[in-house]
Design a protein around this ligand. Structure first.
Ligand code: ADP
Ligand code: MG
Length: 340
C-alpha cells in the first residue's frame, strides 16, 4: 500500500515535469524576418521571446545602423566622413569603442583589416561596376587607406587626417550588432534561438537541452548549397567570401573584400573563411581579415585571438583549427579535409 502511494506520487511528479517541459518547448515564437543592414534578418526558433521583444530587436538594429552605416545620412560614420578633415567629430560611445576595436585588429593584422577601406570600396563600386578601375586610380586611392590617417582622440572624438580618407564599418558592424541583439534577447529572457544577419549566425544557448545547433556553411563554388555543417552551441558562425558580391570582367571575377596592400580584391587562394567565436564583432572582423591575409596568417590569428576557423581554398581543400575537428561534417565529397 505504502509502495502504491509512493509510485502514484512519483509518477504524478514525473508527469507534471513532462507537461512543464513540453510547455517550455512549445513557447517558440514563429520565425521572424525583416530587412535592414542591406540584408535579410531572421530570428528563428526563439524560445522565450514575445512580439514585443522582436519589436525591440528591430528598433535596436535600426538604431545601430543609424550610427554605423556610412550610407545613412547623419550617422556617426557619415558625419566623420563628411566633416572637413582635421576637425574632430564627436561620436557615440558605441561608435568610438567599435572604432577602437577596429584599430586594434588593424594593428594586429598589419592593416589587412582596415575600416578606412572606403575610398577603395567606392572606387571599385562592385555593386554597379562592369570593369576594374584604371591602375593609376587604384594606386592613388591606396594612399588614403590606412589607420594612420585616422585619429581616435582621448576625448572620444575622431579626426580624419587626410581629406580623402573615409571609413566603412561594413567588415565588422554586422557582428557588433549581432552581439547587441543577443544581449537584448537574453535580457528579455530568451534561452535559445538563432539570430541570422544575412548569413552571419549567432546562436543563443543550445538547440535542445544538451544538443547543439546545426549550422550549414555555404559552398563558395555553388552558393545555394552547403559544403559542410557545424554542430555548435552558444557561439557565432561568421563567413566571408568573395562569392557574395562581385562582377565578372574578361572572365575574371572581382569581389568586395579588398587587399589594402594591392588595392585589388583579395586573392590569396582562399574562397571562404568561417570564424567561430563568442564575440561576433571579432569573428566578423577576423573573417574579413583572414580572407585578405590568406591561410597561414589566418591560422596564426586564430591562435592569437583564441577563435576557431574553417578555411576553404580554391582547390576545395579545407583547413580547420583543432577545436572544430569533431564539430564539422563535410557534406560535399569534392571537398577534402587537410591536416595542419
Ligand atoms: P559581408 O559584409 O558580405 O558579410 P564581410 O564581413 O567580409 O562580408 O565584409 C565585407 C565588407 O567589408 C565590404 O563590403 C566592405 O564594406 C568592407 N571591407 C572590404 N575590404 C575590407 C578590408 N580589407 N578591411 C575592412 N573592411 C573591408
Ligand atoms: Mg566581416
Amino acid at each position: 500500500m505504502k509502495y502504491c502511494r509512493f509510485a502514484l506520487v512519483y509518477w504524478t511528479a514525473v508527469m507534471i515535469c513532462c507537461i512543464f517541459w513540453l510547455c517550455g518547448c512549445s513557447k517558440k515564437l514563429p520565425d521572424q524576418t525583416f530587412y535592414a543592414l542591406d540584408t535579410v534578418i531572421q530570428l528563428r526558433q526563439m524560445e522565450g521571446a514575445t512580439q514585443e521583444t522582436v519589436r525591440q530587436v528591430q528598433q535596436k538594429v535600426i538604431e545601430l545602423e543609424n550610427l554605423l552605416s556610412c550610407h545613412k545620412e547623419g550617422s556617426d560614420v557619415w558625419r566623420i566622413n563628411e566633416q572637413p578633415y582635421e576637425q574632430p567629430v564627436q561620436v557615440a560611445q558605441k561608435t568610438y569603442t567599435l572604432l577602437q576595436r577596429a584599430k586594434e585588429i588593424s594593428l594586429k593584422t598589419e592593416g589587412r583589416f582596415d575600416v578606412t577601406i572606403k575610398p577603395l570600396v567606392d572606387l571599385w563600386d562592385v555593386k554597379q561596376a562592369e570593369k576594374p578601375p584604371a591602375e593609376a586610380e587604384i594606386l592613388r586611392t591606396m594612399d588614403w587607406v590606412g589607420f594612420p590617417n585616422l585619429t581616435l582622440n582621448e576625448d572620444g572624438t575622431v579626426t580624419r587626417l587626410s581629406p580623402d580618407t573615409q571609413i566603412d564599418m561594413g567588415g565588422m558592424a554586422k557582428g557588433m550588432i549581432a552581439d547587441e541583439v543577443k544581449t537584448l534577447l537574453q535580457e528579455a529572457g530568451v534561452q535559445r534561438g538563432i539570430i541570422d544577419l544575412g548569413g552571419s549566425i549567432t546562436l543563443i544557448g543550445e538547440k535542445e537541452h544538451g544538443k547543439p545547433w546545426t549550422v550549414g556553411i555555404k559552398n563558395p563554388f555553388q552558393t545555394g548549397e552547403s559544403y559542410a555543417k557545424l554542430s555548435v552551441a552558444d557561439t557565432s558562425v561568421v563567413t566571408s567570401g568573395g562569392y557574395e558580391r562581385y562582377f565578372i570582367y574578361e572572365g575574371r571575377d572581382y569581389h568586395h573584400i579588398f587587399d589594402p596592400y594591392t588595392g585589388y580584391p583579395a586573392e590569396t587562394g582562399l574562397k571562404s573563411v568561417t570564424v567561430v567565436a563568442q564575440d561576433t564583432a571579432l569573428a566578423d572582423a577576423l573573417s574579413t581579415a583572414a580572407y585578405v591575409g590568406g591561410k597561414e596568417r589566418a591560422l596564426t590569428w586564430a591562435k592569437e585571438y583564441g577563435v576557431e576557423m574553417v578555411l576553404v581554398d580554391t582547390d576545395k581543400k579545407i583547413w580547420i583549427t583543432d577545436g572544430l575537428r569533431d564539430k564539422l561534417t563535410i557534406l560535399d565529397t569534392a571537398f577534402q579535409m587537410m591536416e595542419e
